[in-house]
Structure formats: structure tokens, C-alpha cells
Write a protein that binds this ligand. Structure first.
Ligand SMILES: C[S@@+](CC[C@H](N)C(=O)[O-])C[C@H]1O[C@@H](n2cnc3c(N)ncnc32)[C@H](O)[C@@H]1O
Length: 349
């Protein structure tokens, strides 16, 4: 009994408990902040608590408490020396972090807005009933089953691609690469950007038919059909990937699949590469992105097509790469521009 005392102090136990409760508090506050359009109300400058309560037709005392809490979680800043704390004269502005999330007009960016919508649908579903086997009411299928679902996914990927492209171009000298296989390369947003920036580079995209058709349309529209080709295929099929490349890129693919699948895909990449060719993995690693992994994998509880533990640590990728015969040649951690890590491994000559 009381064995825990060897590892945990009473203070750590209590902090842990209140951190768990604070997690629920934060999401409720954030959702109410969005639902009431507070960011757009404050986009033109600070307002007093009294004016905000009046404009939103809310209970005054509860509004004062709510605004104070929003300042504790970092969405609002209480302006010093104007009015007493917690009263109708207390004045609030948006914090720089809230401005970054909501932009100049106070509207949540499309990617955040859409992902919050999906998060909320899961949050509002009875988790205990789901664990007991409730048929999933909003199950997102993986991979997407229809052209509409594929277009929605690829739209998400395209509008959020800046961080991955930055991380890949920073880690890899693409001027030294001439044949790149972008496996599950989506609608070709990444391929189009990197071939424009690197004149020697040619890319082959390999993806399922719906995403491949979106890629062909974008490539055609960009006038890049002589530099980027598209092959329709299924990474899970028994046959291998196209072969003869000096770089095989996996960007934002492995965090959707269980480790056994990723192991097979790394082995397939080895066969697709020329001797001295490199595999490049660009993912949010668990080591640096616990909040992202927690919130994504919470959603995946409600989608049976996703397995357990799909966000992985750097060391798990390193072990798989080494086991497949690769030598790890570069590990790049996230920087201020992007939460993605990049691991590069080389196939021996
Ligand atoms: C999260 S998106 C990433 C797209 C792109 N690599 C990027 O970083 O923008 C995952 C991609 O995996 C593709 N995909 C999923 N299952 C696949 C499968 N079985 N075979 C081939 N591609 C698949 C999807 O169509 C989608 O384009």
C-alpha cells in the first residue's frame, strides 16, 4: 500500500488531478469564446466587461467571471489600471496568441474552425457508450471513400501544408535530387511547390484514385505536367511501390497508420530506392506534440478505421528504419515555423 509515495509526492498528485480538470475547463472556455464571437468583437480594440455583457445579452456577474477565466487561459488580456478586476469596468483585449488564431477580422482560420467542428462532434458523443460498443454516429472513414471526402481531406492538407514544406525544404537539399517519389502525396500541393523551387527536381505522386485525380487537375492547372507525374495505387496492396528513385517522401502519412503498417511501408520504400537513395519522413512526433496527438487520437476513438497509438516517437521511427537496413543520416526537430520533425535515412550503396 502507498507504494506510489516512492515515485510521486502528494503535491505532484494534486497538480496532476487539477491539470486533468483544467483540460476540460480550457476546452469549454475556448468553445464558448468561439460561439460568442468574442474575437471579432474585440478585433477593433479593447472593450469593458460591462459593454461585452450588454452587447452579448449575458448575465453580468457570470460574464465578469467568464472573461477573467478567459484571461487566465491566455485568450484575453486584462488591461492594467483600467477598472477593478472582475467588475463591469475591467477592460479586455485579445492576446497576441488569440490574434494569431483568429486573424485580423477575429475569425477562426478555416483549418482550426473545421477541426474544432469535428472535435466537438466527438466531445458531444457519449464516450462511455462508445466504449461499450455504440455504433459510431459520425465515423470518418479512412482512407476517404468518396471523391467528396477525398476533396475535403486534400483541402485540409493543402491549406495546412506550409509547415511541412518548410520542414522538408530545410532538412533536405532538394537541389541534389532528381527523382522523388511522394507517396500518398495528396492533391500535389507539396509537389507543385517543391518543383517550382528546385529546377532539377521531378516528382512522381502515388495515391488512391480520388486523390490522384485531384492531383492531376492541380498539376495541369499549374502547367507542371512535364515535371510531376501521378500513379494511382494503394500503399496497402501486396505489390510494391514504383521503383528507381533517389528520394522517397512520406509526409503526414505515417501518423494515420499503426506501427505494423508503417514497418511494411518502410520496407517497401527500401525497394523503391536506388542505392544511396534516401527516405524522408515528415511527421509531428509524439516527443514534441503531445497536445496535438492527444486531441487527434481522442477523435480517432470515434472512428474505427484508425488504429491505436498512431502518433509515434522519433525513436520508434529510428528503430523501424534501422531494422529495414537504412542508416539514419539526419534528425531535424521542430522549429518556430512548424511543429513537424524530419528524419532522413540512407539506403547503403
Ligand atoms: C494526411 S494526407 C497527406 C497528404 C500529403 N502527403 C501531404 O502531406 O499534404 C494522407 C494521404 O494518404 C493517402 N492515402 C491514404 N490511404 C492510402 C492508401 N491506402 N494508398 C495510397 N494513399 C493513401 C490519402 O489519399 C492522402 O492523400
Amino acid at each position: 500500500m502507498e507504494n506510489w509515495r516512492q515515485y510521486v509526492s502528494p503535491r505532484q498528485r494534486d497538480d496532476f488531478y487539477y491539470e486533468l480538470l483544467a483540460g476540460g475547463t480550457k476546452i469549454k472556455l475556448f468553445e464558448s469564446f468561439v460561439d460568442h464571437g468574442l474575437a471579432s468583437m474585440l478585433a477593433n480594440g479593447p472593450m469593458s466587461a460591462g459593454a461585452l455583457a450588454q452587447k452579448l445579452a449575458l448575465h453580468p456577474l457570470r460574464t465578469y467571471k467568464w472573461l477573467h477565466l478567459l484571461s487566465l487561459v491566455g485568450l484575453l488580456k486584462q488591461i492594467e489600471n483600467i477598472g477593478a478586476v472582475g467588475g463591469s469596468d475591467t477592460t479586455y483585449s485579445l492576446t497576441p496568441l488569440a490574434q494569431a488564431l483568429f486573424g485580423d477580422d477575429g475569425t477562426l482560420g478555416s483549418f482550426f474552425k473545421d477541426s474544432l467542428f469535428y472535435f466537438k462532434a466527438c466531445e458531444d458523443t457519449d464516450l462511455n457508450a462508445v466504449l461499450e460498443g455504440l455504433p459510431l454516429p459520425y465515423a470518418v472513414r479512412w482512407p476517404p471513400q468518396t471523391i467528396e471526402a477525398a476533396a475535403h481531406l486534400e483541402w485540409w492538407m493543402s491549406i495546412s501544408s506550409r509547415g511541412t514544406i518548410h520542414a522538408i525544404e530545410k532538412a533536405v537539399d532538394l537541389n541534389k535530387i532528381s527523382r522523388l517519389l511522394d507517396v500518398a502525396g495528396g492533391d500535389s500541393t507539396t509537389a507543385c511547390e517543391i518543383v517550382r523551387n528546385h529546377p532539377r527536381l521531378n516528382v512522381t505522386i502515388f495515391d488512391l484514385p480520388h486523390s490522384a485525380s485531384l492531383a492531376k487537375a492541380r498539376i495541369e492547372h499549374g502547367g507542371l505536367a512535364d515535371r510531376i507525374s501521378v500513379v494511382e495505387g494503394d500503399i496497402l496492396a501486396l505489390d510494391g511501390l514504383p521503383e528507381g528513385f533517389d528520394l522517397v517522401l512520406w509526409s503526414r502519412v505515417f501518423s494515420s497508420w499503426p506501427i505494423e503498417t508503417v514497418c511494411t511501408l518502410i520496407v517497401k520504400s527500401y525497394a523503391a530506392l536506388l542505392p544511396s537513395g534516401i527516405i524522408v519522413i515528415c511527421e509531428p512526433m509524439l516527443d514534441y506534440n503531445l497536445p496535438l496527438a492527444l486531441s487527434a487520437e481522442f477523435r480517432y476513438l470515434f472512428y474505427d478505421d484508425f488504429g491505436a497509438g498512431v502518433y509515434k516517437a522519433e525513436s520508434q521511427y529510428e528503430a523501424l528504419l534501422t531494422q529495414a537496413g537504412f542508416n539514419i543520416t539526419c534528425k531535424q526537430s521542430p522549429d518556430e515555423e512548424s511543429f513537424y520533425s524530419v528524419i532522413i535515412a540512407t539506403k547503403p550503396c
